[in-house]
Design a protein around this ligand. Structure first.
Ligand SMILES: [Zn+2]
Ligand SMILES: [Zn+2]
Length: 361
């Protein structure tokens, strides 16, 4: 039990420290700014936003200090020697950096705050008026094993596991429903994966997944402070698993935690985004943190080389579809795929087999 106590103690120290950082940043910068702007009524929300900003900054620091050097140490994909090709690749990665800054510095949180939070607040307010009280997963589990299941760390881990399963289900649906794939394809269209690729998502896609995630978190009663820690932890693992890094965690490790090797297979062209029949929707290795879900639900794949990453129809021989180079082009083309060319999409569904036929001939 000593190890568990030590981890629990470390956890308490870490949360106290981050709380102090949040307090300091808020008092020295955010609070005076709000008073200056006459926005004192937003003090409480701004305090929460400061927590997100701090967490985002810490995350970018960890990416630069730890994951960046790892990428240089053992890249899965080496830089091309041709200078023009090198420049093209750098430009593609730069777009992912923009996605990361938008995501991690809380700009999307602000959108959620104004667009989605009021909705959930109203819904939960209405429920409590109806006499439906909040339910907390950690309180429910606490009596099971006194000394273990009633600790803050155990409650936190329980929330991590449940929300990771929610992420798995959403990711599977992104690869199953054509309209959702049209948006999620933005994420897969990066052919040069790096630690920045995790945030490369369509804004509407992020809005949908974040709304569901926040809703489930509220339904199962994740405390706000733990929610930030949970999101930060998952995102760091996601940054690592997208890194341009030749690294596996060993036979057992790759089955316990999602790493670069596991997730690169998910991005493997034709491996991670197609079903058994070429050109159909499907894929493998959907888990975000725990491959357990893929193992139990039989979507895990190990032991093959990912090869080049991207989407099959980006290849010139497969139609050379353009998913956009810059941020706005990628956002716009996804909407065009979703709303604009449904007829073309229906056509496309029958195309790949014809294309393969043509290639065979
Ligand atoms: Zn995917
Ligand atoms: Zn990914």
């Amino acid at each position: 039990m000593r190890v568990f106590d030590a981890v629990a103690h470390g956890w308490e120290v870490l949360s106290t420290l981050s709380g102090q950082g949040q307090q300091a940043l808020f008092e020295s910068l955010v609070q005076p700014m709000l008073f200056q702007l006459g926005l004192a009524s937003y003090l409480e929300d701004a305090y929460e936003a400061t927590g997100w900003l701090l967490a985002g900054l810490a995350q970018i620091a960890v990416m630069l200090a730890v994951i960046g050097p790892l990428q240089r140490w053992r890249p899965a994909e080496t830089l091309p020697t041709d200078p023009a090709e090198r420049a093209r690749r750098r430009a593609a990665v730069r777009v992912d950096v923009i996605y990361t800054l938008i995501d991690r510095l809380g700009l999307l949180r602000v959108v959620l705050f104004f667009a989605v939070d009021p909705l959930w607040n109203a819904a939960f307010g209405w429920l409590s008026v109806q006499g439906v009280d909040g339910w907390d997963l950690d309180q429910w589990l606490a009596p099971a094993w006194p000394g273990v299941t009633d600790s803050a760390l155990f409650g936190f881990l329980a929330y991590v596991v449940v929300l990771d399963f929610v992420n798995y289900v959403m990711h599977r649906l992104q690869h199953r429903w054509a309209w959702w794939w049209a948006l999620h394809a933005v994420h897969h269209s990066q052919r040069h994966m790096t630690m920045w690729t995790d945030s490369r998502n369509h804004l509407l896609d992020t809005l949908i997944t974040s709304s569901v995630f926040v809703l489930v978190a509220r339904v199962i009663g994740v405390p706000p402070g733990q929610f930030i820690a949970l999101v930060v932890l998952s995102r760091l693992v996601e940054n690592l698993s997208h890194a341009n890094l030749r690294l596996g965690f060993g036979w057992l490790g790759d089955r316990l935690l999602v790493g670069p090797r596991f997730h690169r297979l998910h991005h493997g062209m034709g491996i991670g985004h197609e079903g058994a029949v070429q050109g159909t929707l499907g894929g493998c290795n959907f888990a975000v943190l725990f491959p357990l879900w893929d193992l139990v639900l039989r979507t895990a794949r190990y032991g093959c080389e990912p090869g080049p990453t991207g989407i099959r129809d980006q290849l010139p021989a497969e139609g050379g579809r353009d998913y956009g180079r810059g941020f706005w082009a990628q956002q716009g083309l996804a909407l065009a795929r979703r709303f604009g060319d449904r007829a073309a999409a229906a056509n496309e569904a029958t195309m790949p087999s014809q294309r393969t036929e043509a290639l065979r001939r």
